[in-house]
Write a protein that binds this ligand. Structure first.
Ligand SMILES: Cc1cc2nc3c(=O)[nH]c(=O)nc-3n(C[C@H](O)[C@H](O)[C@H](O)COP(=O)(O)OP(=O)(O)OC[C@H]3O[C@@H](n4cnc5c(N)ncnc54)[C@H](O)[C@@H]3O)c2cc1C
Length: 416
């Protein structure tokens, strides 16, 4: 579904008010207000993915000025938090998103653990043990390595989707997601400890937390239970609702929309940084050896051309991934393997090429790149793109592994 020009203008106007030279509490307040405008619904990822991606793209155009803080806060809330509820929540849980949006509540996504780092999701050591007596889950970080790490808006969010290894009657049921409260009007909920990750190179308007669970009790309805649930009685029984589909595989679906959004963010940042730099170099007088502009210096001229061609190709590629993924999201289908691979490749290519182009630009534009408010000071935005929703190296390893798995053994075509 295409977005209307009227909506676009309203969204552009709304995001133009975002500031990053504010405290993380004020930054969180900006997101609360933005979601309360209702311009982008927490359910748009499924029902209007075109709007969801365009909203991300238009926000990313501000990244060379704002840095990564607000963009990450925004995508964590809309894609990772709300998107996980959409992907693995039951009807009731998905309905809750409306109320969350109206109240201006913010949600975190608690996947990464200290030990797991870039392998998070594959490694989940947080435990959610079913207590049949009280019909609650008891969430625990059994060791420091299992504590959640880097959780965006973890110091302000009222809610979180927390991924933990479910245990029912002593049996391991694998990673599951829980929609739990982190704070109420009185402050943090009992038995959950929070710490600040500390000062970052950029994006300090975003709070990043480590979170330790010390036997936090959450009710049965917090388990996002579209694909699996726990039946109380006799110690409890795990019930898988859809054969062949695991909860974790469905949580992983969020990574596909996240990867497309991150790929766009990297390309949009790069386009904007090149635009801003070009506006400067077009007017900067330079002697080469006759009076000219900096833009006409051969290496810069060539870089502008190369960047434009490369970005065009990648924008087409990511755009095509977005179109096909949007179809799957609306039909509630898992993207076919070829599309999953294309999305992973798009995310790697967009981040790595952007890092390369922006670094080259920084080397070739001279002292301008050292000045504040030029966009160059926010280049670590691209660093975040590199590891968000699947680190480039880990994704490349996965693509290579999958390729090896599907290829037939040498000589097998000669066998009957
Ligand atoms: C600003 C910010 C916001 C974030 N927000 C969230 C959030 O809201 N929710 C959430 O769950 N997570 C979040 N994360 C976590 C993020 O998604 C990554 O999982 C995390 O940053 C991993 O970082 P690490 O350096 O600890 O990883 P490490 O695992 O220590 O990896 C460090 C480096 O080693 C390499 N490496 C590690 N293991 C391997 C291996 N097996 N093979 C080859 N290379 C390897 C990687 O390529 C990587 O470059 C956030 C991170 C940041 C910085």
């Amino acid at each position: 579904m295409a977005v209307s020009e009227e909506w676009r203008q309203q969204w552009i106007e709304a995001v133009s008010k975002i500031r990053s030279n504010v405290s993380y509490e004020e930054s969180a307040q900006q997101l609360r207000s933005l979601q309360q405008t209702g311009l982008l619904k927490l359910t748009d990822l499924k029902y209007n993915p075109g709007k969801f991606f365009e909203a991300h793209r238009l926000l990313a155009r501000h990244a060379p000025n704002l840095g990564p803080g607000f963009w990450i806060r925004f995508t964590v809330h809309y894609n990772l938090f709300a998107g996980s509820v959409l992907a693995v929540g039951n009807e009731q849980q998905v309905k809750q998103l409306e109320e969350i949006q109206q109240k201006g509540f913010l949600g975190c996504f608690g996947l990464t653990e200290k030990l797991a780092g870039v392998n998070s999701g594959g490694v989940v050591n947080t435990i959610a043990e079913w207590d049949d007596q009280t019909q609650e889950f008891v969430i625990t970080s059994p060791e420091v390595g299992a504590q959640k790490n880097w959780i965006s808006q973890g110091l302000v969010g009222e809610l979180a989707v927390v991924v933990a290894d479910l245990r029912v009657a002593g049996k391991r049921c694998g990673a599951h997601a829980f929609l739990m409260e982190l704070r109420d009007a009185k402050g943090p909920v009992p038995n959950v400890e929070f710490g600040d990750m500390g000062r970052k190179t950029v994006g300090n308007d975003l709070d990043n937390a480590w979170i330790a669970f010390h036997g936090a009790r959450v009710p049965r309805h917090t388990l996002l239970s579209r694909y699996g649930d726990v039946q109380p009685g006799n110690g409890g029984t795990y019930v898988s609702k859809v054969k062949g589909l695991t909860n974790m595989a469905m949580i992983g679906q969020r990574l596909f929309s996240g990867r497309v959004a991150v790929a766009w963010a990297a390309l949009t940042f790069t386009r904007k940084l090149f635009e801003m730099t070009r506006a400067y170099s077009d007017h900067k007088k330079c002697w080469i050896p006759k009076n000219s502009t900096l833009t006409e210096v051969p290496q810069l001229q060539h870089l502008y051309l190369r960047a434009d061609e490369t970005l065009k190709k990648l924008e087409n590629f990511v755009g095509s991934c977005e179109k096909q993924l949007s179809d799957c999201l609306q039909k509630d289908e898992i993207p076919p393997m070829a599309l999953q691979e294309a999305i992973a490749s798009a995310k790697i290519l967009a981040s790595e090429t952007s890092i390369d182009l922006c670094f080259r630009l920084k080397q070739d534009v001279g002292s301008h790149a050292l000045m504040g408010d030029t966009g160059f000071e926010q280049m670590d935005f691209l660093q975040a793109c590199k590891f968000a929703e699947g680190d480039s190296r880990i994704l490349m390893q996965k693509l290579a592994r999958d390729r090896v798995r599907i290829s037939s053994p040498l000589g097998s075509s000669f066998l009957d």
